[in-house]
Design a protein around this ligand. Structure first.
Ligand SMILES: Cc1cc2nc3c(=O)[nH]c(=O)nc-3n(C[C@H](O)[C@H](O)[C@H](O)COP(=O)(O)OP(=O)(O)OC[C@H]3O[C@@H](n4cnc5c(N)ncnc54)[C@H](O)[C@@H]3O)c2cc1C
Length: 487
């Protein structure tokens, strides 16, 4: 059985940030991720906004982490070569009644110590936030995972955590711990995690042990708690759908949100520019009441129509032809013992078992300071620490020009770029997929949405990296691009 200091479950933005912080401090860390690559769930399916911190109630963890995350984001982005742009943002009162919501948000901004002022947006009262920014959530998460790997963290992909055992019989879950995190003496290796891999030979199980387990499994986090007999939590999925407009339609300078009253649990359908010049319209809000085994990221006809109508109101000249893609993300809404819990819940629930539950918006913005604090919760004998790694320089994904075949014409992605990215994916032991390459290069994200380049990329990877086209997938097993050879 392989031993680690810390086992992290989930390679989203939060898990990757924690993996980086802990491994940079010299701990022996591993991450289990059920998908073939990092950033395949909520961290890949959001608005990409670095929130300034006025949306969340004063005193909440969401507000505190958002304010810290926003203040430090530019430095993190510079350090790791992550795209970041301070755009500012408007929150607009679309009706007279909404003006009080703008005033409420201004008061909340002032209590949270966040800059905001009252202005007019196209003649309507609005809050203007100068410190809101946008980023690329894929590149952010991938950069932190790669940095963690360079610091010695092991990633295990397609590794579904199916069982957790505590070797410490005194570790009893007590609901009181939810509110007061319990300090206790630590025993060595008191958790055993069993993960399953599935391949053509069937399911295989492996066991790993560590004195600390950090559960940042997003939509799966309550399920991970249940593996240790903790059943107080429920994650209620709340889906948000988006349209994405072609950059040729034009872009907007900054996000524009409708005013919703302070305390509302979603931010309303908004317009957000992406760092690459698209406009996103969304997200809607729909509670999916059925128990989810797998996240249902469908987009639905009625919501698509509704988003289109909202888009037309705010964007003169917006037509259905301007839309190149639709997608959805799912907010992991938290319930504790049947009651809504509208904040992040970050606690050491059992000795050595740290959980992060309800990490919905602004979790992307907040992920780095969350990782700093979770790192402080891990108290291990310092004699076991390896030498901390020196601070890393940035290592961005750069556009590669020069003499190389253009594979994706819409986004100008060359063969050299794809091969370099393929090698970086395998270097962290992730499985190359079309989606993973797309997240790193923007291949297939343009007007043609991969109609012209998908066959070309498969030919390139077969020729240069020897892949079997029949095994190459969109996003992991079950999403193979081809079913059989025809000639
Ligand atoms: C519609 C929408 C819009 C948003 N907009 C913003 C925004 O503009 N700004 C902002 O700051 N935040 C935003 N957020 C919130 C932000 O996206 C999330 O808070 C953040 O991405 C959460 O990251 P995470 O690492 O906790 O979760 P995830 O990214 O979901 O990562 C959890 C990982 O755990 C893995 N996992 C689960 N179960 C298991 C298991 N049993 N074994 C192994 N692995 C497992 C999953 O596969 C997943 O990769 C938005 C969210 C949504 C849904």
């Amino acid at each position: 059985m392989k031993e680690y200091d810390v086992i992290i479950i989930g390679a989203g933005a939060v898990g990757s940030a924690i993996a980086y912080r802990l491994s940079a401090n010299g701990l022996k860390v591993c991450v289990f991720e059920k998908n073939p690559d990092v950033c395949f769930e909520t961290s890949a399916r959001n608005s990409g906004v670095v929130h300034a911190g006025f949306n969340n109630p004063p005193g909440s963890l969401k507000a505190a982490y958002c304010v810290r995350g926003s203040a430090g984001f530019e430095e993190v982005a510079d350090r790791f070569g992550i795209p970041y742009k301070k755009t500012g943002k408007y929150v607009v009162a679309l009706t007279n009644e909404d003006e009080s919501a703008v005033d409420g948000l201004l008061a909340q901004a002032s209590e949270n110590g966040v800059r905001a002022e009252k202005k007019s947006f196209r003649g309507m009262p609005a809050l203007y936030s100068p410190d809101t920014a946008i980023t690329d959530p894929f590149k952010y998460t991938i950069a932190l995972a790669e940095a963690a790997h360079l610091c010695g963290c092991d990633f295990y992909f397609e590794a579904n955590v199916r069982s957790l055992e505590s070797a410490d019989p005194e570790s009893q879950h007590n609901t009181a711990n939810i509110h007061t995190s319990k300090k206790s003496s630590r025993r060595e290796n008191n958790y055993i995690a069993t993960i399953t891999y599935t391949d053509e030979f069937g399911e295989r199980e492996y066991m790993y042990s560590a004195p600390y387990i950090i559960n940042c499994a997003g939509l799966g986090a309550a399920g991970i708690c249940r593996l240790l007999g903790i059943s107080d939590f429920e994650i209620v999925p709340c889906r948000g759908e988006y349209h994405i407009a072609d950059p040729y339609f034009g872009t907007i300078d900054m996000p524009v949100y409708p005013a919703v009253r302070p305390g509302a649990d979603v931010l309303g359908i908004h317009l957000t520019p992406t760092i690459d010049g698209n406009i996103m319209i969304g997200p809607s809000s729909e509670y999916l009441n059925e128990k989810m085994n797998d996240a249902d990221y469908s987009t639905t006809h009625d919501v698509m129509e509704q988003l289109f109508e909202e888009g037309k109101k705010l964007l003169p000249g917006f037509t259905k032809q301007s839309i190149i893609r639709s997608f959805s993300g799912i907010r992991p809404k938290l319930r504790v013992n049947g009651n809504d819990y509208n904040d992040f819940l970050i606690r050491e629930l059992l000795p050595g078992f740290i959980v992060l539950l309800g990490i919905e918006s602004p979790g992307l913005t907040a992920s780095f300071p969350i990782a700093e604090d979770v790192c402080d919760m891990v108290k291990l004998d310092t004699s076991r620490l390896r030498r901390p790694k020196p601070a890393l320089e940035s290592f961005p994904y750069e556009k590669m020009s020069g003499a190389s075949q253009q594979i994706c014409r819409c986004e100008s992605v060359t063969a050299n770029e794809i091969l370099a990215v393929y090698d970086r994916i395998t270097s962290i032991k992730a499985t190359p997929t079309l989606r993973g390459i797309k997240h790193r290069t923007r291949l297939g994200m343009g007007r043609c949405q991969g109609s012209f380049c998908t066959a070309e990329i498969v030919k390139l990877l077969r020729r240069e990296r020897g892949i079997d086209p029949l095994k190459f997938t969109l996003q992991g097993k079950g999403s193979e691009l081809f079913t059989r050879r025809t000639r």
